[in-house]
Design a protein around this ligand. Structure first.
Ligand SMILES: Nc1ncnc2c1ncn2[C@@H]1O[C@H](COP(=O)(O)OP(=O)(O)OP(=O)(O)O)[C@@H](O)[C@H]1O
Ligand SMILES: [Mg+2]
Length: 236
């Protein structure tokens, strides 16, 4: 894909590039070769769905792209950065500043309110409190929860909790959203609404998203669908 040069910095049109990535778990006869030479590109600004049956390697791949795990072989580039060159501190900064994560189980902190949960990444970045409050308010409005700011996760529905998690993932204006089966714990209708929200924020926040899912709704809403099969990606 073409690269464009903007004021000296190289900005590529590709947000995520995965080249010949292998990842195995365990050794010897018990080894599981989860990824066997995965290649894929996620173009900047797109919503890409990743499907594949249970055990196909979706979570393994998302963990590698998110810098939570390292491949045995191959190369991963995120937002123009080769992850293998970053080191622990660099990966930490990448995850904090450029990537927002959304998980199947929401991952909210139970004793914090919705607003406080959304504000966590901003606190980690030591954002100015006033700026933080304004951003939290904006994000809660974006996900349709302005009126629920003071409720704790246990006082919210599953769909509302996932909306809070999406708002939190967007807090630091990430370049990339990584979501692992974000509707896996929701009923079909609620899951549909969450997928539509993801679709909308990819447009409005100019973020790129890579979403592992079995949900047919997202497969319809995505800009492209990739499938993991036998440890490799087959395009659709
Ligand atoms: N920590 C681990 N140790 C050993 N094997 C693992 C580990 N994590 C995953 N695996 C194996 O790697 C393969 C890929 O697992 P992965 O979790 O990536 O699949 P998945 O596509 O996310 O599945 P699901 O749809 O069920 O979430 C599976 O065979 C799994 O058993
Ligand atoms: Mg998984």
């Amino acid at each position: 894909m073409a690269d464009t040069t903007v004021t000296g910095a190289t900005v590529t049109d590709t947000m995520v590039r995965v080249e010949n990535v292998h990842r195995s778990y365990g050794t010897g006869a018990a080894a599981v070769h989860a990824l066997r030479g995965v290649r894929l590109d996620v173009p900047r600004g797109e919503l890409v769905a990743l499907k594949g049956r249970s055990g196909a390697g979706k979570t393994t791949l998302l963990n590698l792209v998110g810098g939570l795990d390292e491949p045995d072989e191959g190369r991963i580039t995120v937002d123009g950065l080769d992850l293998s060159t970053l080191g622990e501190d660099g990966l930490l900064r990448l995850r904090r500043d450029r990537i927002g994560f959304v998980f199947q189980s929401f991952g909210l902190i139970p004793i914090l309110t919705a607003a406080e949960n959304v504000g966590v990444p901003l606190r980690l970045r030591r954002a100015d409190p006033r700026e933080r409050e304004e951003r939290v308010e904006l994000l809660l409005s974006l996900v349709g929860l302005a009126d629920h700011a003071r409720q704790r996760p246990g006082e919210l529905s599953g769909g509302q909790q996932q909306r809070v998690a999406i708002a939190r993932a967007l807090a630091n204006n990430p370049s990339l959203l990584i979501a692992d089966e974000p509707t896996g714990q929701l009923d079909a209708e609620t899951g549909h609404a969450v997928m539509e929200l993801l679709r909308a924020v990819v447009r409005s926040e100019r973020v790129t998203a890579l979403v592992a899912t079995h949900d047919p709704t997202l497969l319809d809403l995505a800009d492209r669908v990739l499938e993991l099969r036998d440890g490799e990606v087959v395009a659709h």
